[in-house]
Design a protein around this ligand. Structure first.
Ligand code: CA
Length: 219
């Protein structure tokens, strides 16, 4: 999933780029509002906009992006000013994070925003080899036959399928699929992985990466 990051502060941009890539997001980073507006918002699943940019006010970048389309926008800012937050949301930003923030917090906001906007967008079912995942209809087909999945099994599969081949840690999976603030044993995850393996057969393999987590591998 591609994300546009408009941020002039290099350390912050670098840490976001690295951090978000671990969660399966591919970040295109630009340093100025002008460059941000030169990008095609339609190429991105979401845009992160810093308010304090060298060439223009980040709020103007948001306003302009919003005028051009409905790409989800999250404002990132060092200003903890309530006015900025309100203005940001009024001009069409979908959410707001205040510096300093952790990557996990940003990812949680991004996922929440993407979940909110997804039903309004027409996202066709995606093919993954013999699997077909329909996120809007929450259905999975294997060789054309529907696979009965519980809601958590479905969420787990969809999460891993965001980036086939990428390893997701147990913590990332638990946070995304079970609870954002989840923390504790992950036995339930192993149980769900076991069931999914059985239901998907050899159409996809959920590989255990010892000491780290899991990845979805398509033949
Ligand atoms: Ca800045």
């Amino acid at each position: 999933m591609r994300v546009l990051l408009v941020e002039d502060d290099e350390p912050i941009a670098e840490s976001l780029r690295r951090g978000l890539s671990r969660y399966g997001f591919e970040v295109q980073w630009v340093r100025t509002g002008t460059e941000g507006l030169e990008a095609q918002p339609a190429d991105f699943a979401l845009v992160l906009v810093d308010l304090g940019l060298p060439d223009m006010d980040g709020l103007d970048v948001c306003r302009e992006l919003r005028a051009r389309g409905d790409v989800p926008i999250i404002v990132i800012s060092a200003r903890s000013d309530e006015v900025d937050r309100v203005v940001g949301l009024e001009i069409g930003a979908d959410d707001y994070v205040t510096k300093p923030f952790g990557v996990r917090e940003v990812v949680a906001r991004m996922r929440a925003v993407l979940r909110r906007v997804q039903p309004a967008r027409s996202e066709p079912a995606q093919e993954y080899g013999r699997l077909r995942i329909d996120r809007r209809g929450r259905r999975v087909h294997l060789d054309g036959a529907e696979v009965e999945l519980t809601p958590k099994e479905f969420d787990l599969l969809v999460f891993l399928a965001e980036e086939p081949g990428a390893v997701f840690t147990r913590e990332q999976i638990m946070e995304a699929v079970w609870d954002e603030n989840w923390f504790g044993p992950t036995k339930t995850l192993d149980v769900h992985v076991g069931v999914l393996r059985r239901k998907l057969g050899d159409a996809a393999s959920l590989e255990t990466v010892r000491g780290v987590g899991f990845r979805l591998v398509l033949p």
